[in-house]
Design a protein around this ligand. Sequence first.
Ligand SMILES: O=P(O)(O)OC[C@H]1O[C@@H](O)[C@H](O)[C@@H](O)[C@@H]1O
Length: 299
Amino acid sequence: MDRTGLQARFGLAGRVEFVDDPGGMVTARLMADEGTATVALYRGQVLTYQPVGGPPLLWASQAALKANRPPVHGGIPICWPWFGAHPSDPSKPLHGFVRERWWQVDSSGVNATGVWLQLSLSHDETTLALWPYAFRLTLTVTVGKHLEVALKITNLDAEAFVWSGALHSYFQVTDVTQCGIIGLEGVTYFDKVTHETHTQSGPVNIGAEIDRVYQGTTATCFLEDPVQGHTIRIAKQGSHSTVIWNPWHAKAEQIPDFADEASTSMICIETANALAATMMLAPDESHTMMAIIDRLEKK
Ligand SMILES: O=P(O)(O)OC[C@H]1O[C@@H](O)[C@H](O)[C@@H](O)[C@@H]1O
């Protein structure tokens, strides 16, 4: 559907409007009294979130958006139905296939939590060729006092299926080397850089490549940015692992559209179900994984 058709069906005066992102792709802008967010319909990807009175909280590669070259690093890409490499076939796309598809707009509205938009994506011939199960995903993005991103996964198949995935959130920081992530103390993680397992002690600090899957954790994370003078709070539901990722300078150079300075101005804290948190869904069963993001000002 074109932008005018979307505006006529799902636009809400002063609350929901359809605009183009820097790459000319149609994007929904949600405007609440407490903040704004944009959601790209291609990829089903939240691109921006800015609470009123504060800076943007999500980082996105402007070069990637302009070029519209997959994968677009930034905002909140959705990894599904597998996280990372496909478990048995490395030729299949990293992080699954739903971030390179058009999502359908189902509805929009305003409720007590804020301004919301619901998108959905279901199986088709191309998804069945990559992954042989019938499914439906609904993505509900709500902006109010927080940004809430809820991914509901429903098994429409006659067989049970196993999935892993993530809301792969990129956060904007001033200088990541001065930040700390609180909330993962005592949690065991698999380090994808060294292939070792360790237990976190104290805050997570970043000064080199980091790619870790923290396992068996439902904890809220707090990203402290002393230069900005605020903390970004990332709470979650229906998620049993948290992924922390920054490619750092050398790896960033190998990623198209990932400017070198991005290594110090962003950090991914991903609401995930990965590795040991891989889930099985029986026919007709659903599961919702949700990230709830807001900003705490330094008192
Ligand atoms: O470049 P992509 O496909 O968006 O993936 C980025 C990164 O995503 C992280 O979640 C993974 O743990 C990393 O291993 C991966 O490199």
